[in-house]
Ligand binder design. Structure first.
Ligand code: PDD
Length: 281
C-alpha cells in the first residue's frame, strides 16, 4: 500500500525516516486518526482543527494547507465506494543535525500519513459490552495535545490486555479523566456525564459528536468531574474514540457495571451514531 511521506506517495516498505528525526529521538510531534466510511471522512474538519491546536501548542507550523491535507487523505483512502479505513497522520519537528532538545528554527517538519482498515465492531460488543480496568493517571498535564509521546498509553493498554480488559480508565486525584486511548462517559442517576475538557484530557472528536447528537435529540448531559466512586456506581459507562465509536463498558475492575449489560442510553446513542455514519457514507 502507498503511504504519504513529505510530499510523495510511495510504497510503505520504501518509506524511510532518518535516525535524527525528532519524532524518533524525542517523540517531538503530534498526530491524528481520522475515520472514513465508504470513502467519506467522518469529522475531517474537527480533526484538522485539532491538528492545528496541537501544532500551535508545541509551536510547530502546519506544513500543509487544509486543502492539501484533504487531498492527501482522500488519495490515501481512494474514491468511494472504498472500504472503511482510518487515516493516521503525523507531523514531527523534523530532522535536526544533532540530538539537542533545542531545535534550530530552519528544520523542515516531517509529514507522514497512512490509511489503515477499520475493523468492524464484533457483534458481541453490542450484546455483552467490553471490560475496563482503572489505573492512576500517570500521564503529563497537557492531555489536550495529541502528542505522539504515548509511553503511558502503551503501558496502560498492555496492563489492560494482561487483565483481559479492552481499556484502562485513568484516575487523577480521585476523578476520572479519560481512557488510555478513548474518552469516558457514564450514566449516573439517569444523567449522562463526561469529564470537562481542559489540559487533563483530549477533546475527542467522537466525544464532541456524541454530545452534539445528545443535544440534537434532547438527551440531557452534563460536562462535569466524575469521582471514581460515582463511576463504580454508574448504571452505564461508555468509551468513545474515532476507531471504536461509542462502546458500552459492562465490567469495571472485575465488577459488573449496572446490570452488567449494555444499557438503554448506550443503545440510543449507538443508534444515533450509526445513523450519522450512514449519512456520511
Ligand atoms: N486515540 N483520548 C485519548 C488519550 C486518545 O488517544 C483518543 C483517541 C481519544 C478519543 O479521541 P477521538 O474521538 O478524537 O478519536 C481520547 C486514537 C484513536 C489513537 O491514539 O489511535
Amino acid at each position: 500500500a502507498q503511504v504519504y511521506l513529505n510530499g510523495q506517495f510511495i510504497p510503505a516498505d520504501q518509506a524511510r525516516i532518518p535516525i535524527m528525526d525528532r519524532g524518533f529521538l524525542f517523540g517531538d510531534g503530534v498526530y491524528e486518526v481520522v475515520p472514513s466510511y465508504g470513502g467519506h471522512f467522518l469529522g475531517l474538519e474537527p480533526h484538522l482543527d485539532r491538528l492545528d491546536s496541537s501544532l500551535d501548542a508545541i509551536r510547530l507550523r502546519n506544513p500543509l494547507s487544509r486543502e492539501s491535507w484533504r487531498s492527501v487523505m482522500r488519495r490515501l483512502i481512494g474514491a468511494p465506494p472504498a472500504p472503511d479505513q482510518s487515516v493516521y497522520l503525523q507531523v514531527t519537528r523534523g530532522v535536526a543535525p544533532v540530538r539537542d532538545h533545542l531545535c534550530p528554527e530552519d528544520v523542515e517538519p516531517t509529514v507522514f500519513a497512512v490509511a489503515n482498515p477499520i475493523k468492524p465492531r464484533r457483534p458481541e460488543i453490542a450484546t455483552q459490552g467490553v471490560t475496563c480496568i482503572t489505573r492512576p493517571d500517570i500521564r503529563w498535564l497537557r492531555g489536550e495535545i495529541k502528542s505522539i509521546s504515548l509511553l503511558a498509553a502503551v503501558m496502560m493498554r498492555r496492563e489492560a490486555e494482561d487483565e483481559g480488559a479492552l481499556e484502562a480508565i485513568m484516575v487523577r486525584d480521585g476523578m476520572v479523566t479519560e481512557g488510555a486511548v478513548s474518552n469516558v462517559f457514564m450514566v449516573h442517576r439517569g444523567r449522562l456525564i463526561t469529564p470537562p475538557t481542559g489540559h487533563l484530557l483530549l477533546t475527542g472528536v467522537t466525544r464532541q459528536l456524541a454530545l452534539a447528537l445528545a443535544r440534537e435529540h434532547d438527551l440531557e448531559f452534563l460536562e462535569t468531574q466524575i469521582p471514581i466512586d460515582d463511576l463504580r456506581e454508574a448504571d452505564e459507562i461508555w468509551l468513545s474514540s474515532s476507531t471504536r465509536e461509542v462502546l458500552p463498558v459492562t465490567r469495571l475492575d472485575g465488577q459488573p457495571v449496572g446490570n452488567g449489560r449494555p444499557g438503554p442510553m448506550w443503545q440510543r446513542m449507538d443508534a444515533l451514531y450509526q445513523q450519522y455514519k450512514e449519512e456520511v457514507r
